[in-house]
Design a protein around this ligand. Structure first.
Ligand code: G4P
Length: 291
């Protein structure tokens, strides 16, 4: 789902999340492990205020494991525990519960000291569209949770979803908007499929992705697309476009006269990248972002 965000939407989305903060013990911030910062809402600290927070790096099945390890360190350095998960292939419920208990241990221990039975931890999942919120809620619930009113501005009754006996989730996740002002962020979001092609040209998105792949994952490019020579310099646009054309030819993306249809070639490259056909790829690293 792609949402057209306008200032009114953002204000409403923010208010909806802030209203829910009163109901919860913990916010679960869902990010895309392939682009952890680009899939992050720019105002997240302000929105979640001082609420205890667990960061989940979702789609880690598609991300480079070494890069994910470095991202976990990056968040830990900021005092944020981060856990890589795969909401489709795995079931991260136990690990999420364990980490949540650790985060809330002072509160839980205080309840025990007062002779109370600690009640279930109440949590809200927040994240930008397509990051996997509904998939994770369904996985944790152990069933398909009914339509979640997944639109900013649509309000409906809140329901708590039980995750075992020790945790409860709000059925409607908090939908956040991504960063718009930075073009590179837009390209990363588009390359992973978080925003749709109509917003940016497929050729431009694929060129952006291919430059990155050539720089960071040349062996994966050579292997997947059966090309012997990967350009040595990712900033050499002619060489990278020539590579995309060579891939297009191999994929049969041709127009009459045998010329390569670069748009089709780009769509094929993006499709294969998003489906993990090039292996596990991360499109931003902590050192680049810090730089
Ligand atoms: P949302 O509620 O945050 O908007 O996201 P949603 O759960 O709908 O997930 C968006 C897409 O991401 C879905 O693919 C879903 O299967 C996929 N996805 C979610 N978590 C993971 C994960 O951990 N690993 C992988 N590989 N995929 C994940 P889809 O239904 O095919 O949608 P689309 O890809 O056609 O947009």
């Amino acid at each position: 789902m792609t949402i057209q965000w306008f200032p009114g939407h953002m204000t409403r989305a923010r208010r909806q999340i802030q209203d829910k903060l009163k109901l919860i013990d913990l916010a679960i911030e869902l990010l895309d492990a392939r682009i952890p910062l680009s899939s992050r809402n720019p105002m997240i600290d302000e929105i979640l205020q001082s609420k205890p927070r667990l960061v989940l790096l979702n789609k880690s099945d598609l991300a480079d494991p070494e890069a994910t390890r470095r991202w976990v360190e990056f968040f830990a350095d900021q005092g944020l525990p981060a856990l890589p998960i795969d909401a489709v292939g795995g079931n991260p419920s136990r690990e999420i519960l364990l980490r949540s208990k650790q985060l809330l241990s002072a509160k839980i221990e205080a309840q025990i000291r007062k002779g109370m039975n600690p009640r279930a931890i109440r949590a809200l999942i927040v994240g930008i569209p397509n990051v996997g919120k509904s998939t994770l809620i369904n996985k944790m619930a152990g069933r398909k949770v009914a339509a979640t009113g997944d639109k900013p501005g649509v309000t409906k009754g809140q329901q708590w979803i039980k995750v075992g006996t020790e945790m409860e989730l709000l059925d409607t996740p908090g939908i956040l908007w991504p960063k718009f002002e930075d073009q590179t962020v837009g390209f990363r979001l588009a390359a992973t499929g978080a925003i749709k092609e109509e917003i940016l040209q497929p050729e431009e998105i694929a060129l952006f992705a291919m430059r990155y792949l050539v720089a960071r994952y040349p062996a994966a490019v050579g292997e997947r697309f059966g090309v012997n020579e990967v350009p040595a310099d990712p900033s050499d646009t002619d060489a990278v476009v020539a590579l995309m054309e060579a891939i297009g030819r191999k994929r049969g993306a041709l127009v009459s006269g045998g010329r390569v249809d670069l748009e089709k070639a780009s769509l094929a490259i993006l499709r294969e990248l998003r489906a993990g056909k090039l292996g596990r790829i991360t499109l931003e690293m902590p050192d680049e972002v810090q730089a």
